[in-house]
Design a protein around this ligand. Sequence first.
Ligand SMILES: [Zn+2]
Ligand SMILES: [Zn+2]
Length: 763
Amino acid sequence: MQKAIYINITGKVQGVGFRPFVFNLAKRLGLKGDVWNDSAGVSIRLLMPCDWENFLKSLQSELPPLAKIETIQTMEVPWEGQQPSDFTIKFSQKGEEATDIVADAATCPQCLAEMKDPNNRRYRYPFINCTHCGPRFTIIKEMPYDRPATSMAKFKLCEACAREYHDPTDRRFHAQPVACPECGPAISGIFSPHTNLHTTLKGEKALQQAIKALKLGQIIALKGLGGFHLACLATEDAPIQLLRERKHRPSKPFAVMLPHSDWLSQICADHINLKHATEVLSSTISPITLLEQSATSPLSSLIAPDLHEVGLMLPANPLQTLLLEGVDAPLVMTSGNASGHAPALSNEEALASLSDIADFFLFHNREIVERADDSVLRFDKRGTTEILRRGRGLAPDSFALPQGFPTDQTILAIGGDLKNSFALLHRGRIFTSPHFGDLNQPDVFAQWQKMLEKFPKLYHAKPEILAYDAHPAYLSHQWAQRQKIPALPIYHHHAHLAACLGENHVPLKTEKKFIGLTLDGLGYGKEGNIWGGECFLANYLSFEWLGGLPPVPLLGGDLAAKEPWRNLLAQFNEFVPDWEKYAEANPIKKYPYSVLLKAAKSGINAPLASSCGRLFEAIACALSIAPEKQSYEGEAACCLEAFASAPTNNVHPLKIPLKGNQLDLETFWQNFLDWNAPKAAKAWGFHDALAKGFADLAKHFAEIYQSEIVVLSGGCLHNRLLKERLQHHLAPLKLLIPSQLPAGDGGIAFGQALIALAQTTAS
Ligand SMILES: [Zn+2]
Ligand SMILES: [Zn+2]
């Protein structure tokens, strides 16, 4: 019997054009054999003798853009069955047995070139796509991923498209959303009801009207891949002011879409590596990338008030490309939702919720089945990526379990209430959902619940265990307790740390000890404590609280997260005996603060919390740079970071010494109030002193427990200055820092899943 080489490949190899790629490569190299999808990836057999090592080399270097290989195993086997005379793709009877779901991908260079070619049949067609690009997750109704199971089902392929779809040598072979002007989706446009213009425009006319409206300074709503966007000119103040008023969004930064990457050199600060920025922006993810602006940036200052960074992106779908080309100027491109609501997905929802905001609507008739907001990330000087939000292009995603975890369990980890995303642990992998946001918004909660039911079905999974946040007031917590499957409560900060251990591939069983620092807003801790600036000894299975910030009352309960002055009052009342004499107390004095203090004394509506986030808000307020009311989470802290400027040689008198296992804020405040220095230097000094204080705490316990590794997590790690100072002061200890998962609450579901699996394995 003749021999064969059997090759098994795992990773993102299904639904990304991998088999036709293998087919064409094998043909080119004159190899005989076959390729098929299996439950774990893709399998290939090559008839021996052949130069299979050369085949593998080409396979890895010429990979299709959306494919990613995790493992390759090879084995010599006898060739079973009839000897092949050629290379073939084997299809299973049940259609595509895809096990992984691919995220939507930005338009590929070939499709862009075709769209710009007047001789191409898809010239200026806003839905051009191929195996390497276009919608995926957002059009899937059920698995297996096949056209009838997507929102493309209603568009019957024309002859020309069908030919491409069935030809393994074509770029559109089995591309489910394949379409053309003859047979595919189309755009239309209407004026907002408040304009009293009742014409409906079709195709190119609708697009031209949208371009005209934008150039006139109007606001348009346009349908994208994973939801609607609101757009207006980004280089002029008036349209942005109008958008802010109509959207009731006074200061939260807007993302900006650029017509092309040439704009980066005008907008970005000198030190930005433009080559790297261009690569990131034009990747298949096409994310919003946070970049520092130059002083001469042509963008309106109303886009990101008081901040240095601005979120930039390039067109992610063909319709956006055509629109931006037509306007030929940067556009604000923000999520198409009314204040306090989820982004609109259907034309009807958009009309109902955005008519007071948009002047013109650019619709299309391909249904958005699932929501996917734009992903957000940034990179540091070394080029290391920090993902802040996983949406279009990055979700769903899947991660292999770290070593030592069993692979036979199915766990649904539902995340927390804020910045929610969830995770499904199944067949030894963790599949992460897109970002949902704040579950306290009823329509977000409804979208989330629907997706929680659908997501496991897409992966043919039946959750055996739910993992959820231990906070009893969380809606997600209450939802989990209503379900009929066993549910495990997971402490918030333990989940943060486990997520970071997991993304850094720390095995389940290890001799190593980990000191964890979790710095964030609030999380429910052991014995009902509200934590947010803590030091732990932690692994997947357990975590032990070691110390952290001293707790102070949240004056007015939830209001403390909205109004920074309440946190300054709490700090002063706790740590500064004669605080009323300082100028820094002025922002407090216009409020009836003594009533609050009295209430706190009697324990009314003033739960204790050791929150790092609230401390940032107090400092911002003391320096008079905090808003009276925060209009978005973390606003005061973002302003404080942007405002900070290093004193000469980084020298300052601020210290937060250790007092037992706590940071001594009494000493800090005395230093802070006595130091006569520019506010920007004080803002910087605070970041540095806080980082030094936490670093000293971590080092203290690292010595006691003979640990050499510190795990950092929590939303405050999105503060670049704080992170940089922590890295500085924690040297020479080894650090584990979130990068692929958000350091904030968007990453905790991943940690919940790992902890739940560790606990069920141990018991
Ligand atoms: Zn393409
Ligand atoms: Zn067609």
